[in-house]
Design a protein around this ligand. Structure first.
Ligand code: CP
Ligand code: NVA
Length: 302
């Protein structure tokens, strides 16, 4: 049966295996070994929103696997002119071996996944960003060796795709998670409930002071996700006090790392001093998108 990746829960049984495969293939490829596990295979990539990392990392990743990727912007394909998601899914499934979709909504993502006869990977929607969180967990494992028992703190928009996928990802990996966010931006209850089912400590708070105490990992994301642009001015006011700066980093463990999926907006969700500082691993994360996704594509293609 075909497998999709549209929620972190889709990898709840083999998350660490995917992460370890990503780490292994990264090492092999860097040693100069060929990792052409998907020779002649094609990935179709549908983008309804902008991207730098997702597009380039999937495309280069497919090349490294000996395959090929096709970039399909909804500005250029018939989906953008009203062809149905169902017909798009059925047609693309006749050409390509796997589909990556960056969608405006989780509803559209589920609709595409329902009708495609080949695996569908989310390149983000309004509810989750699973490829990024698998990548981030791989990056944490590289830096900390182990995931279980670590304390993860996320500051900022607790209701966005990253926060939701972090909740599930921490649950699956056995990491405790604290979300620090204005009350209005607390996560959807569904993700909190699902995360708690894994038996981890889940805390949602609007109190910034000391919220990073004993943290192993501190993460943030933009306050204005794609699709929220109309609320930009309002959000900037509402998120005042939630900027990750050097004072926020202080109560964390001395070897804590800072993460951001990028793109970053400096002096809003994070200062450049922290994002480019010695605790930051943001460019490892950007690189690891490619290696984690290589592992994801290989796993879903089996
Ligand atoms: N982190 C991430 O998904 O970046 P892009 O929007 O550039 O793809
Ligand atoms: N939360 C951000 C992530 C960008 C990679 C957004 O959806 O715009």
């Amino acid at each position: 049966m075909k497998r999709n990746l549209i929620s972190m829960l889709d990898v709840k049984d083999d998350l660490e295996r995917i992460i370890d495969l990503g780490i292994k293939l990264k090492k092999e490829s860097k040693k100069g070994e060929a990792i052409e596990l998907l020779k002649g295979k094609t990935l179709g990539m549908i983008f309804e929103k902008s991207s730098t990392r997702t597009r380039v990392s999937f495309e280069v990743g497919m090349t490294k696997l000996g395959g090929h990727a096709i970039f399909l912007s909804t500005n250029d394909i018939q989906l953008g002119r009203g062809e149905t998601i169902e017909d798009t899914a059925l047609v693309l499934s006749r050409y390509v071996d796997i589909i990556m979709y960056r969608a405006k909504s989780n509803k559209a993502m589920k609709e595409l996944a329902k009708h495609a006869t080949v695996p569908v990977i989310s390149g983000l929607d309004d509810k989750e960003h699973p490829c990024q969180v698998i990548t981030d967990l791989m990056t944490i494992k590289e830096h900390k060796s182990n995931l279980k028992g670590l304390n993860f703190v996320y500051l900022g928009d607790g209701k966005n795709n990253m926060a939701h996928s972090y909740l599930l990802g921490c649950g699956i990996a056995g990491m405790n998670i604290r979300i620090v966010s204005p009350k209005k931006y607390w996560p959807d209850e569904y993700y909190v409930k699902e995360a708690k089912k894994f038996g981890i400590k889940v805390e949602i708070t609007d109190i910034v002071k000391n919220s990073t105490k004993d943290a192993d990992v501190i993460a943030t994301d933009t306050w204005v996700s794609m699709g929220d642009e109309k609320e930009k001015e309002k959000r900037i006011k509402e998120f005042q006090g939630y900027t990750t700066d050097k004072n926020i980093m202080k109560p964390a463990k001395s070897d804590a790392i800072f993460m951001h999926c990028l793109p970053a907006y400096y002096d809003y969700e994070v200062t450049k001093e922290v994002a480019h500082g010695k605790q930051s691993v943001i460019f490892d994360e950007a690189e690891n998108r490619m290696w984690a996704q290589i592992a994801i594509i290989v796993t879903l293609s089996k």
